[in-house]
Every structure is written in C-alpha cells, then in structure tokens.
Design a protein around this ligand. Sequence first.
Ligand SMILES: Nc1ncnc2c1ncn2[C@@H]1O[C@H](COP(=O)(O)OP(=O)(O)O)[C@@H](O)[C@H]1O
Ligand SMILES: [Mg+2]
Length: 318
Amino acid sequence: MFTSFHRPLEEISLHSIEVPESWERLESEIQKAKGTVMVIGAPDTGKTTLTRFLVRELCNCGEAVAYIDGDIGQSILGPPTTQAMAVFDGNFRDFGDIRPEAIYFVGSVSPRGNRLETIVGLKKLLERSQAGRTRIAILDTTGYVTGEDAIELKYQKMDLLDPRHIVALQHNQEIEPLLRSQRGRESVVIHRIPSSSRVQTRSQEERRRYRWSRFKAYFRTVRIHQVDLRKVSLTGTHRFRISEKFHDEMEGLLIGLNGPDNFLITLGILEILDRTRGALSCLVPSVAGLEMTQTVRLGYMRIDLSEETNGERFPGLD
Ligand SMILES: Nc1ncnc2c1ncn2[C@@H]1O[C@H](COP(=O)(O)OP(=O)(O)O)[C@@H](O)[C@H]1O
Ligand SMILES: [Mg+2]
C-alpha cells in the first residue's frame, strides 16, 4: 500500500558508533520493564543512533520491537512531514530497508504550530503497534525541546503516551526544564544519558537538503490523480482561507491521501482544488490502494518538483 522509500544505508550505518556502557545498561533495563520508550533530546544529540542501537540489540535478543519515527523533519521511515511505525521482529534489517506498517501525515516538517497533528499521529501509531505482539515501542522524536511551546508539546505527549522509560540525551542540562514535569510520576523511569562526543552536527542547510532529496525520491515518477470531493472529505482546511471557487494559489500544496484508518496511502501535490464542483486533482507516485482514499488532508508546505530550492512553508498560513 505504501510507496517504498529508501535512504542510502551508508548514511545510517551503525558500524562505527561509540557504544558507552550506559547504552547497554539501558537496553537491559528496557528488557526488564517493557513498554513505551521515548527518546528525547535537542537536534544532534544522537537520538536516532541510540534508537537504532536499541532496536537492533533488543531484536537480536528475540524481542519484537516497534520503532516509531516521530521526527517529521528528518524522518527515516516515511517521507518528510510524516510519522511512521515499523515492527522489527526477530530478524533485524536496518531502518532504510524496512517498510513502515503505518504512516501518519502531519503535513509540516516542524511541530511548531502543529501540536495537535503531532500528538494525534504518535498516539495512533503507538496504539497500532500495541495491537500486535510487540511489547516494546521505541519512539524517536524531533529535536524540538527548547522554549515554552516545545516544553508544553513534550509535556502533553508524555502525559498521553505514558512512557515506561524516558531516555534524555543531553550535552549539558538543556532538557532538564522538560523533565521537571515528570518528577513525581511513579510509572516512568528517566534515564539521563550524556550525548556522545562523536555526534556530528548537521546545519539547517544540510537538513533542508536531506528533506528535499527525500521528496524528490518520493515523487520521482508521478501521475495525475483525480479525487471526487463528493465522496472523499477534505480536512486541514482551517488554516487556509478557502472560498468555494477555483484556487490556483493552492497549486503545489503538499497533501496526504488517507485511508479508512486515517493512515497515509500516499502523499500528493495539489494541482487544482475546485470545491464548487467537488473536484481535486493532484500528482501522486504510483501506489496501490488509492481507491481506498477516505480523506484528503491539506499539508502546510509547497512542493515544486522543478525547483531545487523550495519554500518550505506554504505562504499566507495562520
Ligand atoms: N554514539 C555515537 N558514536 C558515533 N557517532 C555518533 C554517535 N551518536 C551519533 N553519532 C553520529 O552523529 C550524527 C547525528 O546523530 P543522530 O543520531 O542522527 O542525532 P539526532 O537524531 O539526535 O539528531 C550521525 O551522523 C551519527 O552517526
Ligand atoms: Mg534524529
């Protein structure tokens, strides 16, 4: 049902990483007290590397592990703007090789201003993973951790997802303000892990280029697809001033075509939206299952496949 989507494996190799003793201790503590593990930290603290290490090691010990990629900006499992969940069961294959079981369309590459979608998506993916036989779910998150908005978002996330373990990766004490709200909570164990000195930082430009290469790969071959809005509902319209007429100013908007469970079938790029006639046309990659579309959700980014430099956020949004 999903477009297969591969990141070059050398980018995500685990061969040359430093594995401190604290990582091994963490692994055995997770095995003893199974449940949801939330990995949090600023950008470039090693969250994804530690997450992948944990998934691989737990998998090699015979555990079925769900990996939830919550990083909508630098996602590995699904395309940018999405969260995704994959199950690793016994036979570990690296992240770039695995097909997500479910993808949730958030519509933006930053959780700022998109708290609701960010939280709903993670909860849905976690519940989906818990419906199977996995007893450990490891959640990799965005590096959005500083400032009141980020603290509020993470607070609500931790409250709703109720993790058994919170793994806090930090260079200094930078996410202590975020952990403060969890102090009195008996059901959670907080593991403070110093960020490795081997962590490499990536500039905003490198991150943007990575996203763009993922979009380009995703939309490598596209075709036009028509959606009948008398049968399919349009959501996410609240942030746009959409009148009932034709909207050429909406052209290029990233959209998500969702199935009955509100998980993503495919991303699309809006061409024409005509609400009077109930017609929408978009560009989509070649995927199966489009006839299952129940909702089209408007995203918050503009995509122009002919341009190398893309305005990330759709102009004129609230
Ligand atoms: N323990 C480690 N040893 C060696 N390299 C590491 C380690 N942790 C992270 N890195 C490297 O640092 C970079 C950023 O790490 P990453 O896990 O992607 O950080 P984050 O997910 O927090 O942004 C990656 O290139 C990764 O290979
Ligand atoms: Mg990461």
